[in-house]
Design a protein around this ligand. Structure first.
Ligand code: THU
Length: 134
């Protein structure tokens, strides 16, 4: 399933839930599972800054806690208020690699509605995974 305009609206809705009192940089994520179920994610910051969690991981963690497993996901849409569409951080790329198919689309957007489309593997080329432990 390719990008649909309501993904953007949903990611913007998720972004409203961000808790970002320190950076003021609110990020929203809209994760869609292959069975149609969807999950919101938002960044949740902490006074001890490294304890913060990004929107992308927050949506994935919510889904896993609901019983979803690696390979169950269809796409993720992320949004920020910035000149350029959002770009998942390195840690989120690694977690996407762990839980999502390599060819899963990652839709990056911003408040202007600009869209950048990539995939998990494109965002983390030569990525490390469980296969490397075998
Ligand atoms: N952040 C995300 O939630 N996702 C990203 O892709 C990049 C960064 C958050 C982490 C922190 O709360 C704030 O944005 C500023 O880095």
């Amino acid at each position: 399933m390719s990008y649909q305009s309501h993904y953007f609206q949903e990611a913007r809705e998720a972004q409203k839930r961000a808790y970002a009192p320190y950076s003021k940089f609110k990020v929203g994520a809209y994760l869609k599972a292959k069975d149609g179920r969807t999950f919101y994610g938002a960044n949740v910051e902490n006074a001890a800054y490294p304890s913060s969690i990004c929107a992308e991981r927050s949506s994935l963690v919510a889904a896993i806690a609901e019983g979803y497993r690696p390979g169950d996901f269809e796409s993720i849409t992320v949004t920020v208020d910035a000149d350029k569409p959002s770009s998942p951080c390195g840690t989120c790329r690694q977690v996407l690699k762990e839980l999502c198919d390599d060819d899963m689309p990652v839709y990056m957007t911003n408040h202007k509605g600009e869209l950048l489309e990539s995939t998990v593997a494109e965002l983390l080329p030569h990525g490390f995974s469980g296969k490397d432990l075998e």
